[in-house]
Ligand binder design. Structure first.
Ligand code: HEC
Length: 215
C-alpha cells in the first residue's frame, strides 16, 4: 500500500515538474515574439479616419445647407494658430485664407511657400476637396506642411466652410438632394418622374462644381 502511494505521489510530482518546465519554455517562446508584434498600433486609427464614416451621416450638401457659419467661426479657433482669414491678413505658419474657396489648390497666396505636395496637387478648393482636406490633410496631400490631424466631425467641417464662405465668398453651395433617387425605378408615377427630372436639372450646375475633384 505504502509503495503504491509512493508511486502515485511520484508520478504526480513528476508530471508537475514536466508541466512547469513546459510552461516556462512556452512562455519564453511567446515572450521572444512580443517586442515585434505591437509596434504600429496607430495605423488602425488612420484607417478609421479614412473609412466610410462620411457615408453614414447626411450628405455634404445637406450639412452645408443646414449648417451655421457662427459655429464654424468657433471651430476656426483651432486654425488660428496658423491662419488668418481677414481680408489682407498676414500669412503665418499657414497662408491667409480669405476667399480661398473655389481657388486653385495651393496657389491662393503667391507669397506663401507651399509644399509641392499641395501646390502640385491640382484642382480647385471645391467644397468636396476642402471637406477631404480638413478630414485629413495628410491623406488629401501626402507630404503637406499643414501639421493638423484633421476634423473628424462632418458638421464641424461644413460649418467651417460656411465661415470661410462668409469671408471672401466661394462657389455656389451644392443643392441637397431631397431623397436618393433609385436608378431606373419603373414603379415611379409620371408626376414623380417629372419632379425628379426638374430637381436633377436644378442640381446640374452645382453638381458640375462638386464633381470637378480630381482623384
Ligand atoms: C499647425 C498649423 C496649421 C493649423 C492648425 C491649420 N493649418 Fe491650414 N495650413 C497650414 C499650412 C502650413 C498650410 C500650407 C500647406 C502646404 O503648403 O502643404 C495650410 C494650408 C491650408 C489650406 C490651403 C490654402 C491654400 O491656399 O491652398 C486651407 C484651406 C487650410 N490650411 C485650412 C485650415 C483650416 C480650416 C484649419 C483649421 C481646421 C487649418 N487649416 C489648421 C497650417 C495649419
Amino acid at each position: 500500500m505504502g509503495d503504491r502511494l509512493n508511486t502515485i505521489f511520484g508520478w504526480v510530482l513528476f508530471s508537475g515538474v514536466v508541466a512547469l518546465g513546459l510552461t516556462s519554455i512556452s512562455s519564453r517562446i511567446f515572450h521572444a515574439d512580443k517586442p515585434e508584434s505591437p509596434e504600429n498600433p496607430g495605423f488602425l486609427i488612420v484607417a478609421n479616419e479614412d473609412g466610410g464614416e462620411a457615408d453614414a451621416g447626411p450628405s455634404l450638401a445637406t450639412l452645408l445647407a443646414t449648417g451655421d457659419a457662427a459655429k464654424g467661426e468657433a471651430v476656426f479657433a483651432k486654425c488660428m494658430a496658423c491662419h488668418t482669414i481677414a481680408q489682407g491678413g498676414a500669412d503665418g505658419i499657414g497662408p491667409n485664407l480669405y476667399g480661398v474657396l473655389g481657388k486653385p489648390i495651393g496657389q491662393h497666396e503667391p507669397g506663401f511657400a507651399y509644399s509641392s505636395a499641395l501646390s502640385d496637387h491640382g484642382g480647385d478648393w471645391t467644397y468636396e476637396n476642402v471637406d477631404h482636406w480638413l478630414t485629413s490633410p495628410r491623406a488629401f496631400a501626402d507630404g503637406t506642411k499643414m501639421s493638423f490631424a484633421g476634423l473628424s466631425s462632418a458638421e464641424d467641417r461644413a460649418n467651417i466652410m460656411l465661415y470661410m464662405l462668409a469671408n471672401g465668398g466661394g462657389p455656389e453651395l451644392p443643392t441637397p438632394e431631397a431623397e436618393p433617387l433609385p436608378e431606373g425605378d419603373e414603379a415611379a408615377t409620371e408626376g414623380e418622374v417629372e419632379a425628379e427630372e426638374a430637381t436633377a436639372e436644378k442640381d446640374g450646375e452645382a453638381e458640375e462644381v462638386a464633381t470637378e475633384e480630381p482623384v
